[in-house]
Design a protein around this ligand. Structure first.
Ligand SMILES: [Zn+2]
Ligand SMILES: [Zn+2]
Length: 264
């Protein structure tokens, strides 16, 4: 079957320190050809690049400061992020965004951090990976006022059809994660059934957001197949078609090379 791309897998994080090589090997064995590992701060961005160096053509890095960590994005940290982002293994700036659900950084600081990282993405001609939680109207307004010329993805999209349309109108992709597999999320299921196939990605956001039927366990990149299968079911399509389309979309957005033919 067609190979899957996990567009958002934090495989560099400490939750995988004990068995990272096994988790990655299991993902490849399960048909995951490539994955993008986003940073959330300076340390996890650097770790993502190190991991990408170990798996060339298979794992790619994104560098960014998450809204939770927005207070850490000093001008020195941003300069360091710019240096990291020049690595040939880096395919995006992310994850960056707004999170008004947990508010772990003040909202004003979050907005300042995302705007400065928009500028970095534009400077380096990289797409952005957006985290957007309970902050949709501010996100859309910021993209309209400060995000001109940017391309990217709303990662772990959660919302209704109008919110999805906003993202599509801005030229962005929608990436679906574990929540689309949760039976109670009927609104999100409807969006996944309706969204244009050429604008959809799939992801795990591992180690978080474990899809059905593995909830309660640590999430892993191999479980991206559950997300793709669920969306295929919702659309009356096949896993093969979903895998092929979302892999093609990931390659287009992140400018990924074709996966190596065989071996790791
Ligand atoms: Zn996120
Ligand atoms: Zn994430």
């Amino acid at each position: 079957m067609s190979a899957l791309v996990d567009s958002h897998a934090h495989v560099q994080m400490r939750q995988f320190d004990a068995d990272r090589a096994e988790v990655i090997a299991a993902a490849f064995a399960a048909g995951v050809a490539q994955m993008v590992a986003p940073g959330v701060d300076g340390e996890t961005s650097a770790l993502a690049i190190s991991l990408a160096e170990q798996y060339p053509g298979r794992i790619f890095a994104a560098v960014g400061t998450h809204p939770h960590d927005a207070t850490t994005l000093t001008s020195a940290a941003l300069a360091r992020q710019r240096e990291l982002a020049r690595s040939p293994h880096v395919v995006a700036i992310g994850e960056i965004g707004l999170d008004y659900y947990r508010n772990l950084s003040p909202r004003e600081t979050q907005r300042d951090a995302i705007v400065r990282q928009f500028a970095l993405a534009r400077e380096l001609d990289l797409p952005v990976i957006l985290h957007n939680r309970e902050s949709h109207s501010d996100m859309v307004e910021l993209l309209r006022s400060e995000g001109r010329g940017l391309r990217g993805v709303f990662h772990c999209f959660i919302g209704d059809q109008a919110m999805a349309q906003d993202a599509l109108d801005l030229g962005f992709y929608l990436s679906f994660a574990g929540p689309v597999t949760y039976p109670k999320n009927t609104e999100l299921a409807a969006v996944a059934a309706w969204a244009p196939l050429d604008r959809m990605l799939v992801e795990t956001d591992c180690p978080y957001l474990t899809p059905t039927p593995y909830r309660g366990q640590r999430n892993e990149p191999r479980h991206v197949a559950q997300v793709a299968r669920r969306i295929a079911d919702l659309r009356g399509s096949t896993l093969e078609q979903l895998a092929e389309a979302t892999a093609r979309n990931s390659a287009a957005l992140f400018r990924l090379p074709p996966p190596p033919e065989n071996g790791d």
